[in-house]
Design a protein around this ligand. Structure first.
Ligand SMILES: Cc1cc2nc3c(=O)[nH]c(=O)nc-3n(C[C@H](O)[C@H](O)[C@H](O)COP(=O)(O)O)c2cc1C
Length: 426
């Protein structure tokens, strides 16, 4: 295992690497800490172990695994548990100014199992929820953020926020979460269910005009890095991602859940999850969404590389349960990988397995750090037309090889046996 030591990095050196708003952020943070330097945790490689640490928008994490907003970040006790188990960062459950407007129902989850007829013994591959954002009073959540930051000053705590289409409300919420000492903000532009009539969540993320305006308010106010969490429930996810980055966000997170209906109970003819005989479409997550999430992250990463010169961060989310799942997101350009349903199924200790599996993958390829392989698979995506061209060329080459040597002058000493073979008819 890599061991971690606390080092100090000069604020001015760090500033050079960040965007304009991050400078403000660092200054604020430096003042808040009351010292001229910002403390970060740096991984020290020991015994040739791969280094899992990442620095994203100036935030240093011992590993790229971050608790995704949802039940695993609902209160002090569970977020503390996440830090104690070794998660690189925690994104709390989404908060808004007035939790009294958030009314949840039960049951609010439904599972899809693999195996014959969704047999109860089959492995869980899909998870639907109709859960809203946090229904706990904002004041309570803020007190808990503050306590966590006091107890874990070197660990990364990110507030997830969502509000109505109201500039003053967004400004107040940002101000209040920032006062707790959180390190960054993730904006939930992606909750697929509940409250679209209040222009919240996906209702903003699906409307680029609205998104631009709201991102403008948010980025004029925030002094910490801002990540925009994108909904996959849209034809082209690169469009809102582009708008969010052009409007000042430092990063994009993708994906939130996919709009779904888990199933219909064939005895009662009622949809699931069934609340007093009725249901409503929900958000789909877990293993089944992983390939869809990879597709969305790939599109966003390609756009970010091409149009923003890779200067912003990307957080991959969707169906992560193994180090291999995480490696795929990183190979497509993500710097961090979020896990939500995986923690609900396997518990907080999952991070240890994720870290060791990711290290195994890195050792297999001799990668010593995350940046050694971040984004390297992106270049292997091309158009279908280009695949056809490549295949036709490859066939031509194979045919030419089959035909053997074109002239006696082509015989070589080293390849003599293969050259002979290439001219034997079967
Ligand atoms: C029960 C549940 C509640 C969730 N609540 C939130 C939320 O409050 N805010 C948010 O941004 N995402 C929320 N999500 C979405 C997750 O953060 C994540 O984007 C999605 O589930 C895909 O990742 P996963 O397959 O690792 O769960 C929730 C997901 C689940 C399953």
């Amino acid at each position: 295992m890599a061991s971690f030591t606390t080092t100090q990095i000069s604020g001015s050196n760090s500033v050079a690497a960040f965007g304009l708003r991050n400078r403000t952020c660092l200054r604020t943070r430096v003042c808040r800490n009351g010292v001229g330097f910002r403390r970060v945790v740096a991984a020290v490689e020991t015994g040739g172990e791969p280094d899992l640490s990442v620095t994203v928008n100036g935030l240093h994490m011992p590993n790229p695994f971050v608790i995704g907003s949802g039940p695993p970040g609902t209160n002090y006790t569970v977020m503390k548990r996440a830090f104690d188990e070794g998660w690189g960062g925690v994104i709390a459950k989404t908060v808004s100014l007035d939790a009294a407007k958030v009314v949840n129902v039960t049951p609010r989850y439904a599972k899809l199992r693999a195996g014959e007829n969704g047999s109860a013994k089959g492995q869980i591959i899909g998870w639907e929820n109709i859960e809203l954002i946090s229904d706990r009073p904002l004041e309570t959540m803020l007190k808990e953020f503050k306590r966590l930051k006091e107890e874990y000053p070197d660990r990364i705590l990110i507030a997830s926020i969502m509000e109505e289409y109201d500039k003053a409300a967004w400004e107040e919420l940002i101000d209040r979460v920032e006062q707790t000492g959180i390190d960054a903000i993730e904006v939930n532009f992606s909750c697929p269910h509940g409250m679209p009539e209040r222009k919240m969540g996906a209702a903003v993320g699906q409307d680029c005009g609205l998104l631009e305006e709201v991102c403008g308010w948010i980025n004029a106010k925030a002094t910490v890095p801002v990540w925009a969490k994108m909904t996959p429930n849209i034809t082209d996810i690169t469009q809102p991602a582009r708008v969010a980055l052009k409007s000042g966000c430092e990063g994009v997170s993708a994906i939130n859940t996919i709009m779904s209906v888990m199933g219909i109970n064939l005895k009662t003819l009622r949809p699931e999850p069934c609340v007093e005989g009725y249901s409503t479409p929900g958000g789909y997550s877990s293993k089944a969404v992983h390939p869809i999430a990879l597709g969305k992250v790939m599109s966003i990463a390609k756009m970010m590389k091409l149009e923003f010169n890779d200067q912003y961060s990307l957080s991959g989310i969707g169906g992560v349960e193994t180090g291999a799942d995480a490696a795929e997101f990183i190979l497509l350009g993500a710097s961090t990988v979020q896990v939500c349903t995986g923690v609900m199924m396997h518990g907080y200790g999952l991070v240890k397995k994720l870290c060791s599996e990711l290290k195994d993958f890195m050792k297999m390829h001799n990668f010593s750090s995350i940046k050694d392989f971040r984004g390297v698979s992106l270049e292997y995506f091309t158009t279908h037309m280009d695949l056809v061209r490549r295949q036709q060329e490859a066939i031509k080459v194979r045919k030419a090889v089959k035909k053997g040597l074109q002239s006696d002058k082509d015989w070589t000493g080293d390849g003599f046996v293969q050259e002979t073979e290439s001219m034997v008819s079967n």
